[in-house]
Write a protein of this length. Sequence first.
Length: 413
Amino acid sequence: MAEQFLFLTELLGLKVYDLRRRVLGRVTDAALIPVIHPVRIDRLFIGGPFTWLTVRQEQIQTIGLNGIYLNSENLTPFHEDESMLRLERDLLDQQIIDAQGRKVVRVNDVTFEIGSEQGRNVLLIHEVDIGLRSVFRRLAQGVLPRRVIRRLQSRIPPNSIGWAFCSILEPDPQRRLHLNISTSLIERMRPADLADIVEELSPEDREALFEAMEPEIAAEALSEVEPEIQTQIIESLEADRAADILEEMDPDQAADVLGDLEDHMSEEILGEMEDAPKAELEELLEYDENTAGGLMNTEYVAVHAGATAADAIEAVRSQPDLSDGVTTLFLTDLDGRLSGVLPVTRALLARPDTPLADLSPEEPITAHVDEKAVRVAALFDKYNLLALPVVDEEGRMAGAVTADDIITLLRRK
C-alpha cells in the first residue's frame, strides 16, 4: 500500500533513483518557496558534503519509504536561492510560533502529505511535530528500519501543529524579506498574548518578529512587554524601524522607552521620526519619569467650555486613535486653561445642541507637571479617577494621565 505521508527525518537520507533505477544520491535537504506555493515542496537536494544537485518537484515521479524515483535526469548543480526556506537548515530544531496555541515551540520534525499532481507525487507540508513521538523518530533514524520506527511510534501520543497555524521566525532579515512569510496569524493575536510570546523568544527571534510585523501591531505588542525587554528590542532594530514602531505607540509609552536608552541611540531614533511625534516626545522627555509630566500622555480630547454636545462628539471623532479609550472631556478656555471635566457619556447622551455647561461639568482635580508619581497614583486611588489632567504653572493643559498609565507605573514598581 502506498504511503500517504512522509516525515522530514525519513526524507533526509532517502535514496533518489534515475530512470534506470540507479541510485543518484541521497536527499540532503528539501526547500519550500512560499512565493510559488505555500505548502508544496519545490525542490530536493541530493549529493555529498561538497557537491549537491537540485531535483525540481516536476522531475519527481513517485515518493515512498523505499525511495524517490525520477521522470527526468536533467539535474542542475545546487545554487543558493534567498527565496527558499530549506527545511533541514531553516526549520528543523528552530523556534516557531504556534499562532493557534499562542506559544513558542521547537520543531522536532515535519510531516508531509504525499499528494498527486498530473500523475506525479508531490510533497505537501501538513504539520510540524513538536512532541515525544517526533523525538523518538529522530533518535531511531538510522538505527531501526523506517517501517519498524513507524510501528513503534504509534504507542506514543502525537503532538503536532497544523502548518496553517505556524509562523516562522527567521533571524536573518534579508532572507525573511525574500521568503515573504506572512505574520497575519500573529498579528491577529491580542497584544497581551503576543507580548507573552515575545518574552519567551531569544533576542535574535524577537528582532526577527519585530522586523516582520506591521509597525502598529509591533507597537501594541511592545507596549505590553516588560521594560527591560522593550529596551532590548528597540536596541536590536535599525533606527528607522525603531522610529516607525515608536511613532505608533502612545507618546508617554514611547517616551518611557526612549528614556531607557543610551542618549546617542535615543537621539538617533528621534532623528528618524516625523516632526510632529518627534516634537511630542522631546517635550515629554524633558520631564522626570517619576513625575506627572513623565507619566502623562499629550494626546487627549479638549473642547472649549462654551461648546455643545455636538462639538464634543466631533472632537472625539477627529481623533480616531483615541476614540476607544476616551472617558473624559477636558473643558478649556481660549488660552488653554482648564475649567472643568465632563464624562464623555454625558455628551453622547445629550441632545446635539446642548451646551456642555448645562451638563454639570465637574471641578477638575489636577496635578502639576512636576507632581511626584506616587502622589498622582494616590489621587487616582482616593478619587477613583479614570483620567487626571496635568497642568503647567499657568493652569494650561499639558497632558493627561490615565488609569492605564497608573497600572503601568505600578507594574514597573
